[in-house]
Design a protein around this ligand. Structure first.
Ligand SMILES: [Zn+2]
Length: 230
């Protein structure tokens, strides 16, 4: 078995979507502070972390984009949704702000040689992390899916899809439409993935990426991984 890590580092001032607060990490205590209990001296180190529930690699909960009463928060989503079979669709290097069409989806699926099965997680590789991460474009000018492409995925009864970008579709109206389509169709998505290039041509794999049990959480950071049984 080998595991490919699909998660970005959570670090101080990590790039964040403009509508969410940044990650702030400070040292709470460190080994310079000697504590005593009886005759024993010891030191320890720990951090204090302040972050959005949408920080770094994360999965959106339906309550984030669905105003309907009872839309699940992240602690209410079944854990089975975060441990699924998966494939990755490769769109190559896509121009900034591009919206992938249904035709693009069908071409990428055909090129993968795979099929999408009900319950799958589908990763969307557009070469974004390697090309844009750390630049202003990463949080503003990224490409993504058209709303029709989101519906195309939902038609295939997927559990969720995952993108390398901070949103599933380009900034502004396309992004809101993609989120509303997820609400309407009962699917969700992961954002800010990386290393999707390492999944190209590898076929079907096991996805795992469990959220933290945040009461009422509208999303959660996850340690997203692809597991291959060799
Ligand atoms: Zn989202």
């Amino acid at each position: 078995m080998h595991i490919i890590d699909l998660s970005r580092e959570i670090h101080h001032r990590a790039p964040a979507h403009p509508s969410h607060p940044p990650v702030i990490i400070t040292v709470w205590n460190d080994h310079s502070e000697v504590k005593r209990a009886g005759n024993t001296e010891f030191t320890s180190k720990s951090l204090s972390i302040t972050m959005s529930d949408h920080s770094c690699t994360h999965v959106d909960a339906p309550v984030h984009f669905n105003p309907a009463p009872g839309a699940p928060s992240i602690d209410e989503v079944p854990l089975e949704n975060f441990y699924t079979e998966a494939i990755c669709l490769d769109f190559g290097d896509v121009p900034n702000n591009y919206e992938a069409t249904v035709e693009d989806m069908e071409a990428a699926l055909a090129a993968s040689g795979e099929e999408i099965k009900p319950g799958d997680t589908v990763m969307i590789h557009m070469g974004i992390h390697n090309r844009l991460f750390g630049t202003p474009e990463y949080v503003h000018d990224f490409p993504g899916l058209s709303v029709e492409a989101v519906h195309w995925l939902a038609d295939k009864k997927i559990t969720m899809f995952g993108v390398e970008t901070v949103s599933p579709a380009p900034e502004g109206e396309p992004n809101y439409l993609a989120h509303l389509a997820c609400a309407e169709r009962g699917i969700t998505h992961m954002e800010c993935l990386m290393n999707l290039d390492q999944l190209i041509g590898k076929g079907r794999f096991r996805f795992a990426g469990f959220p933290l049990k945040i009461k009422g959480g509208t999303a959660s950071p996850i340690r997203a991984v692809a597991i291959f049984e060799d």
